[in-house]
Write a protein that binds this ligand. Structure first.
Ligand SMILES: Nc1ncnc2c1ncn2[C@@H]1O[C@H](COP(=O)(O)OP(=O)(O)OP(=O)(O)O)[C@@H](O)[C@H]1O
Length: 261
């Protein structure tokens, strides 16, 4: 679980994050959504320690990042898996070598156990057969699955994903969403996904944080979005006229249903 208390982040006199407090639970896919420039990336960068908050606290299972020693911060970073917008694989390494990379760097397992662990992770993303291929020889969706296998190689407690579906077609995006959701539940990880993908929001959004102009404007489950009275949220989610009309039709149908009861 990650808890944020009154987090603020400014660059000079520009306030980007304004008094954000929330809880990201383990075993849940937590999504951060909001318009471009609303502060999502800055929030994730604060969470992974790439930026230092101007004020406020971030607690990782009760451990306050701000008061950790350098050594404790290094240990904490090893509990974090990261999935970047591009899969960020090493082109000169095979799929297996890519997944083994964090194990070779940080694990004290024997070489044999490291290979076994990497294969287990590849199996989890259905890519065992591709272990000897190079990133350039596989599709974008497969590359993302390799990146997921690599991100979970060290059994992370926390998994941070920055736009995991960018550049993928809708069907492949669903596969990635299902994998992230499944892995999160199976290994009880605190997963935080920064996304613009509305299919992900509606499909796997168990705990959604909507950031608007640097503030947490709304938080809830995807099933609560349709009836939310928050106009900034519904304008953002149902951006086109088509989606607005669909929402209107659904709400009217529900109202008629309720009246009939
Ligand atoms: N290092 C920095 N110095 C100054 N301003 C910054 C810095 N990093 C981000 N910002 C500003 O913070 C604001 C929020 O940026 P951020 O990248 O978090 O937006 P975002 O919600 O992730 O947008 P997008 O969806 O387009 O990725 C922007 O106005 C950006 O210019």
């Amino acid at each position: 679980m990650i808890e944020i208390r009154h987090l603020c982040k400014s660059f000079g006199d520009k306030e980007v994050l304004k008094d954000i407090s929330t809880v990201f639970e383990n075993g849940k896919t937590n999504l951060i959504i909001g318009r471009s420039g609303s502060g999502k990336t800055v929030l994730i960068r604060n969470l992974v320690g790439l930026l230092t908050p101007t004020s406020g606290e971030i607690l990782y299972d009760g451990r306050d990042f701000g008061s950790m020693t350098k050594k404790e911060k290094i240990m904490l970073r090893r509990e974090m898996g990261m999935l970047f917008q591009s899969a960020a694989l090493f082109d000169s390494m095979t799929v297996l070598q890519n997944v083994m990379f964090p194990l070779d760097m940080f694990s004290d397992k024997t070489a044999r156990d490291r290979v076994r662990r990497a294969r287990t992770c590849l199996d989890r993303v259905n890519l065992v057969d591709a272990e000897n291929k190079y990133p350039g020889e596989i599709s974008g969706g497969m590359q993302k699955r390799v990146a997921i296998a690599r991100a979970i190689a060290l059994n992370p407690k926390y998994l941070f994903c920055d736009e995991p579906n960018s550049g993928l077609d809708p069907k492949t995006s669903l596969v990635i969403d299902d994998l992230l959701h499944g892995i999160t539940q199976e290994f009880n990880i605190t997963t935080i996904i920064n996304t613009h993908d509305m299919n992900s929001v509606m499909g796997i959004g168990e705990n959604i944080i909507f950031i608007h102009e640097g503030r947490k404007e709304w938080q809830g489950h995807s099933s609560e979005i349709m009836e939310s009275p928050n106009e900034n949220l519904t304008d953002f989610i149902f951006a086109s006229d088509l989606l607005k009309n669909m929402r209107k039709a659904v709400l009217e149908k529900r109202n008629i249903g309720n009246t009939a009861i």
